[in-house]
Design a protein around this ligand. Sequence first.
Ligand code: NI
Length: 162
Amino acid sequence: MAIRTIRKEKDPCLYKKCREVTSFDERLSQLIDDMFDTMYDADGVGLAAPQVGVLRRVVVIDVGGPEGENAPVEMVNPHILESSGTQGGMEGCLSFPGKSGYVERPNHVKVEACDRHGDLYEYEGEGLFARAVFHECDHLDGKVYLPLVKEPPADFKPEQEE
Ligand code: NI
């Protein structure tokens, strides 16, 4: 168990496309354990490997609560299979502390990904889980959420912070 340093703001690791994982070894397992520790320590609901300086396609997500049927989940080489609907909500990122903004995402997602052993699973979810999947998968392509921030609609009422 180890907490790794979260890369912030202008760190180049946040803006690079990550490579697929090809070795499902002890090192990957350690990375995933450390990513969970780092995410929980920072009170986050998701974390992508480039946020800890590793340019590989790995994310961890734990949205907890009533929407957390799938949680916690580790996704290695995730591929989004389907998305539908739209949701608007406040979004933040552990790499940009103190910031948040209104972002629209699909409301529903179906994604396939390997676990640390290389076994392939499918996950399906809505709301915050879907938002987390899109946010974290964007990280693997070197994309952060800030360019997606827009003005919320006039009738938008921010619920709790994500
Ligand atoms: Ni993020």
